[in-house]
Design a protein around this ligand. Structure first.
Ligand code: AHM
Ligand code: MG
Length: 330
């Protein structure tokens, strides 16, 4: 049954489309495609352990050398197909694809937007019943409408995002997004098949008491990161690390905290990808009053050089990120 007086995601998108600086309806249709794909992935995720297509590995690796899970590939296909079916999108870039996919049909070339995504974030948690997610960023293309999408459409700085969001498949499924006018969260009611506005105008507390980092890499972190972690311990902050970026980010957004994936011995630029993991979450956190940086530079201002570029990522409550940035300055 529909909770009385509660707005659905569909209604919210339509009610708020006037605040979007581009043509009315375009972004609404694009977000509807994402909403639909999220429902499909949710329904498949919930069958993990029951059907063969969900848990386990594909026996292949992606271009970044990471093992592809069955659900990685499934979610990738679902999101790409949902976006391809819309007039608005001329191309997609994904963690699971070597290069971007240009929708080069006559319809596809008319699309004004590109979408960059991590279709299934937290892959290592699929098989162990722990929260996972989807992250997406939406940009206006810079190439001519009517032509085939080009690399430059995808290599835009995060400041150019027109919308960004994530889906978390957790104890409930939520879709959280921003179009640059604050952040709103919607919870899925599986009985009705509808997302309802449950978290209007989300704000991250300016100061938190949670730090989230894979401390197994402590010995290879920068001096500033080690110093910051030591300080968190002296202050007896809580350590919370799920290993799904979306889930760690979501908790810190609600409760206040800081998430760190700095450079390590294994990966000198950290593990997380700028374009479809860091930038969308950076836009969301800023819209919610928080901050994201690599320690020295605001994440959204980093000039991308490659589709799968990795950057050190520090994101969360404003005062916490400020404090760590101060350590870098000193
Ligand atoms: P994925 O997109 O392949 O799942 O990888 C990204 C994930 C993040 O969700 C998570 O925060 C991080 O990798 C965990 O890495 P680690 O296991 O090194 O701590
Ligand atoms: Mg990921």
């Amino acid at each position: 049954m529909r909770p009385p007086g509660i707005t659905t995601l569909g209604e919210f998108i339509v009610q708020n489309q006037h605040s979007f600086p581009y043509a009315t309806g375009e972004l609404s249709r694009l977000l509807s495609a994402i909403r639909l794909a999220a429902k499909v992935v949710y329904s498949q995720t919930n069958k993990a352990g029951l059907v063969d297509q969900v848990m386990g590995s594909m026996g292949a690796t992606n271009i970044q050398g990471e093992e592809q899970k069955k659900l990685d590939v499934y979610a990738n296909d679902v999101f790409i197909n949902a976006l391809r079916a819309r007039l608005e999108v001329c191309g997609v870039a994904s963690e699971e694809e070597d290069s971007f996919i240009a929708f080069d049909s006559e319809m596809g070339k008319q699309g004004k937007y590109v979408v960059l995504m991590d279709p299934l974030d937290g892959s290592s948690n699929i098989d162990v019943n722990v929260s996972i997610g989807t992250i997406f960023a939406i940009y206006r293309r810079v190439s001519r409408v009517g032509s085939v999408a080009r690399m430059e459409d995808f290599l835009q700085a995060g400041t150019a995002q027109v919308a960004a969001g994530y889906v978390i498949y957790g104890s409930s499924t939520m879709l959280v997004y921003t179009t640059g006018n604050g952040v709103n969260g919607f919870t899925f009611d599986p009985a009705v098949g509808v997302f309802y506005l449950s978290h209007p105008s989300m704000q991250i507390p300016a100061q938190g008491h949670i730090y989230s980092v894979n401390e197994g890499n402590y010995n290879s972190f920068d001096r500033q990161i080690r110093q910051y972690i030591d300080q968190c311990k002296e202050r007896t902050y809580s350590a919370r690390y799920i290993g799904s970026l979306v889930a760690d980010f979501h908790r810190n957004l609600l409760k206040g905290g800081i998430y760190l994936y700095p450079a390590t011995a294994k990966s000198s630029n950290g593990k997380l990808r700028l374009l479809y993991e860091c930038n969308p979450l950076a836009m969301i956190v800023e819209q919610a009053g928080g901050k994201a940086s690599n320690g020295l530079t605001r994440t959204l201002e980093i000039k991308p050089a490659a589709l799968h570029q990795r950057v050190p990522f520090i994101v969360g409550s404003q005062h916490m990120v400020d404090e760590l940035e101060q350590m870098y300055k000193e």
